[in-house]
Structures are given as C-alpha cells and as structure tokens.
Unconditional design. Sequence first.
Lengths: 431, 199
Amino acid sequence: MTFVERRGTMAQDGPHSQTIAVIGGGIAGLTAALEAAETGYDVILIEKEPALGGRVTRLNRYFPKFCHPTCGLEINYQRLRKNPRVKVLTMHEVVAVDGEKGNYTITAKKLPRFVNEKCTACGECGKVCETEIDDPYNYGMSKVKAARLPHEHAWPMRYVIDPVVKGTDDQKRIEEACKYGAVDFSEEEEEVTINAGAIVWATGWRPYDARKLETYHYDSSPDIINNVEMERLANHDGPTGGKVVRPSNGEPAKKVALIQCAGSRDVNHLPYCSMICCLASLKHAAYVLEQYEDAEVHMYYIDIRAHDKMQTFYERLKVDPRLKFIKSKPAEIGLGEDGRPYVKGERTIDRELYCESYDLVVLATGMEPEAKGVDIKGDVVKDEDGFVLALEGEDGGQFSCGVAAGPFDVALSTMSGTAAALKAIQAVGAR
Amino acid sequence: MTAVPTPSRTYDLSFARWVRENVEGGDKLNMCMQCGMCSGSCPNGQEMDNGPRKLFMMVRAGLKDEVLSSSTLWECTSCYRCYVRCPRGIPVTTIVQHLAALAAKEGYAPKNKVENYFFSKAFWWSAESFGKTDERLVTMKYFFSFGFGEGIRKALDNLKIALGMIKAGRMHIGLPHTIKNKSQLKAMIAKAKELEQKG
C-alpha cells in the first residue's frame, strides 16, 4: 500500500478508516501522534486546552538531570511542524466514543477560541483587554488578561479569548485592536464528530484535589500548596518569576516541608502509589536549596520510592545536610497562630510527637486519571481507579498511553506513547 | 569477633498469629505500613507509652508482655480518629479495644497502675446494673477502686467540683437513673456473654 492510498482515507467516513485519533496532546499523546505520523499514517491529535504540552509544559525542570521540559517539547513541535500528516485540533473536548476497530466515531465539544488562524500573536488584543481571569497556566496562582497567549511556549502560537469578555466593552476594544481580522466572536460552542480507525487515549492526569485531604487544610493558608503549584512557583514564567517565596506575603520560603503521599497510597483517597511524587519532591528540595544558602527542607515520607535508576538521584540529594528526611505521614497540617503553616504527627523512628512550623508546605498530591467522566464504549475499559486499559487479548482498536494508562513519569510516558502508536498502526494497518 | 548478642527482651513469635486469630480486626493488622497516621492523629497520644503504630509493630515483633501491659490499651478513648484516617483501612480502634479486653482477662491490667481499667469497670458496673450510667455512682465506684483511704481522699479532693455541678444542675440528687424493663437488658447481656463464650 502506498502513502497516497493511505492519505486518501483521511476523514473518510467509510468502514475501514486508517486514520489514528490520539486523544490528548500532552507529552504521551504528542509522542504517539508523531511516531504514527512519521511511519506514514494520518493522525488527528485532539487536545482540550488552547495549546499542546499538557502537564509537562507547566513543569520547571525534569528529574533527574534538571533539564528544561521546554527543550523536549520544542523538538516535538518541530517534528509536528514538518509533518503534514498530523492534524491538530485544540479546544476540542472528547465527550463520547462509539464504534469498533476501523470505524470509530468520536464526539467532541468544540469550545470557542474567538481567534482564528490569521492570528500572528502580535499581542495587541491583550494590551487593550481590561478583564483579567485566574491564569489556568499557573493553576490560578496569578491573574492574566482574558485575551492572552496561553503561555510563551504555546503551540499553536495563537491567542485565545475567554468567553467572559463576550458582550462587554472589552469585546469591542479587542475587535478594533486586531489588525489581521483574526478575532471572531461569532464562534459558538458546537459538537463535532471525528472518524478514525484506531484511538489512542492519552488523556493524562490531574493533581488529586488537595481539598479532599480534610486534615491537611489546604484552603486555610496560601502557604500550603500542592506539587504542581510548586513547579509554577519555581518556573521563570510562573507567578513569582521563579522565586520560591511564600504566596501569602512574598517573603523567602526558606523553611519548607514536603509532604509525601498526600492522597496516594490511601484507601480513603487514591489507593495506588503515584510513582513520581517522591522524585518530584526531591526536585522541589533542590529548587529551595539552590535559591537559599540557609534553607531548611524537611521531607516527610512513609518510604522513599525512587524507582529503578532514580535511586542515584535520591542518593545525590541525600548528602546535603540542609535536607532532612522525617519518616512520618503527617496527621495534621494547618495554619498556626504565628500565621505560618504547621505540620503535626508522629516521627515513627523514635515515636516522638512533633508540631513544627514552616514558611511553605508542599503537598505531594498524587496523579488522578483525567479520563473520568468520558463515555467510552467498546474495546477499552477503565479500571477501578479510572485508568484506561486496552482489553487484554481483544482484537480491538483502542489503546492508551501516558498517565491515562497508569502513573508514569515522563520517560515512561513517551515510551508508552511509542508503544501505543505501534499498536494503533497494527490495528489500522493489518489487512 | 565479639560474641553473638543475647536479646534483652523475650520475643514470642507466635503472638502475632494469636492476635490475628483472636483479636477482632487482628486479621487486618498485617496491612499496617507503619506510616504513623494513627498515633499522630490520636488526641490522647501524649498520654500513651507506645501509641497504636508502635503497638502494632510490637505485636509483629512478638513482645507479648509489653503489648498486653501497654498503657496505650487503656488511654484509648474510642474517638475512632485513627480508624477513619488509616490509609490502609485497618480498624485500629477495634483492635486496641479488644486487646485491652483480652489483656484484662489475662490479668495484665495490674491494680494501682491502670486507672482507666478501674474506670472502665466502674462504668460497666453501672451500665449493667441500672441500664444507665449514674455519674455519682460511677465516680464513687471508681474512687474506691483504689482502696478505702484513697477513695475518701479522692472524694474530698473533688467535693468542690461535685457541689458546683449539683448547683449548676449537672449532677442530680436522689435515686439512680434506671431503665424500664431491666430484666430484658439482663437477658441481652447474658446472651451476649453466652455468644462470647462460644467464640
């Protein structure tokens, strides 16, 4: 079969579509889409946010080598730019999937962006826009203009306008400011259907809602944050320009507590180990130690799970005397009378009860699969924790990769992305 | 080379199995991952010598005498915080309470040492006799559990509090509170005891 023949099947509604749909444009979905496209298959990459990159684009550094996630994403975006076989749909949220191998129908909700492909990212609309919203890129830790570039590394490099400005004076100002005719407020939310022969679920994860950890009083103080917020705090384009400070008053956060298993390994919350949190917290310790000479970081843990080669990373950080490891799952976290958060519990090595105050407390919340709530029919199942799994032994056309499939780090997510691409190719290619 | 050390404590390795088979909830004890959530959450934790987490580790280690004479068993107020918070779903309170009952039965609750044991006995005596707890009788029974002289001393020490409570209407004067149909309660308790005997 030639490439030309294969290309002919794109967007065809026939019973044997050879198009592969990848749901989710994070690092796993991007990898799966590109790997499949580079072997000559047509791919539709469906992303619900205005830009690709998912959780990874919001990270400051990777463990264990402390390189920038933007670097790996950049390489993937270059591959994407060179490859016409990948069709990217942003702001499309999948609501249902039906059908069988060779003929799936994906129903997606297309959210209005109010900006079309003529946008040059000149930024004039953002300048005139007065309405501000909680910045979703910074998990609401800062404000951003309602007409904005999702972030400086966005792909596609195109502005997005929040629906709150529709019908306000801001709408007029924005429309007048755009010199390229890129603003279109007539866009409405609509339902679209997409046909594909195989589907790769790469829907990823969200941090476990820290508010559900009742005894950790996440809402009692802005100085009690979760691990993804810590990544933003340390990032140069985050709410503080990369300074790890106390969100309550902007003072340096020198004494920091890192709380492991905040929601993970707990039958009342997420029963599984989220796998990345220990290493992410070690990375957070490094951020603080790097910024303050007189830093004091306490890591509260049940046991440190530095999987396979990551043990070296743990050993390397362990030698710093400013970083202390306290074997204990804290029983209570709250706001103390001195305005600083406290951590309370039992040190299990010597059975001493403690209550210690900190500048900043970081909850290492676990990973919860994002696929909850999507109606999936056919040859995949969601396990009791909400992870998407291909039915074993079934000759199906739906697969999963990245954290949609299980709690993985970035390296494992990309590997599973490649594996899922191969499975999808086998499903649509085997004739 | 120095000599192989002799353990300073006696370890009974069959004890953990005994707990598993005889203590209510004991079969879940092997789920414990020693995180410390229970002991850290305990509102009475400071009063305990070991706390539930360490107590469970001692069960595993086979420290039978230390476990059964631990003050942890008697300082538990059954608030159930440890039970609801346990990340492994272990019925911590149930295990501690049943261990206390078995410890008392085996004679591990020595006189003049375990005050809460006396209190538990006084409380149960009132509940069993009247179907209700009478605050005066429970207190008196508890005080005099320590011996006659000590009972008088404790009673005099608390006289002011008692008078204050009577004045505020928090303690009544007159006959003890009772329930109607005490015979039914007695029959229920007898049946429960019979079932317990059967195991």
